[in-house]
Design a protein around this ligand. Structure first.
Ligand code: SF4
Ligand code: SF4
Length: 190
């Protein structure tokens, strides 16, 4: 739960008029990003969020260097390499509709909308319960998602989630959707 001071700090960038006029183009494209503090920095609360089906583990990366092939020919993740890397991490965000809760491999297609978004209501979460990225967004121009800025940068996300990579990897293995077709097609397993 956010303190009053934190709510005031992040809310100064919120502009509901611009986002209402836009109808949440960013939320339609992809779910926003959580910070560990959204779950009280508590891995048991993260697991509960995953079990709810409303949150997913994702993999932030700039290259494919942490994908490796096992001796049995399966693609998998080298978790030690992710821990060492300065620009990779596992992290948590709301799930995208029709995507799995362990959502690691992405193509070029839009994967949203976010599970909390609807055209009628916008974001179903109260401001206080939104992921940090959603609270810290700076709307610039309705309809031009690329112009909108965010003070919760990818660099901040990577630094904040680094200490959680190992437990997130264990959760990703525990809840891995073996039968999800794209993973089967890619021969990807954890
Ligand atoms: S794309 Fe920009 S204006 Fe549109 S909902 Fe997202 S932050 Fe708001
Ligand atoms: S949690 Fe809310 S603000 Fe974030 S992407 Fe989903 S609908 Fe948008």
């Amino acid at each position: 739960m956010l303190s009053e001071e934190e709510i005031i700090f992040w809310k100064r960038w919120t502009n509901t008029e611009v986002c209402s006029a836009c109808k949440g183009i960013c939320c339609q494209k992809n779910a926003c990003d959580n910070a560990p503090s959204d779950f009280g920095n508590d891995i048991s609360l993260i697991e509960k969020a995953l079990e709810s089906g409303y949150y997913a583990i994702d993999f932030a990366r700039k290259s494919s260097q942490s994908f490796i092939t096992t001796s049995s020919g399966y693609l998998t993740l080298d978790v030690e390499n992710i821990i060492k890397s300065s620009d990779e991490t596992l992290y948590v965000r709301p799930r995208n509709k029709n995507r799995p809760i362990i959502d690691i491999i992405h193509g070029e297609d839009i994967e949203g909308p976010c599970i909390f978004w609807s055209i009628e209501k916008g974001c179903a979460l109260s401001y206080e319960d939104r992921p940090l990225f959603g609270r810290a967004i700076i709307p610039i121009d309705a309809g031009f998602a690329k112009l909108c800025k965010n003070v919760y940068s990818r660099e901040m996300l990577i630094v904040q989630w680094k200490p959680y990579i190992k437990p997130l990897f264990e959760l990703a293995k525990k809840y891995f959707p073996k039968n999800w077709k794209p993973y089967k097609d890619f021969k990807f397993q954890l």
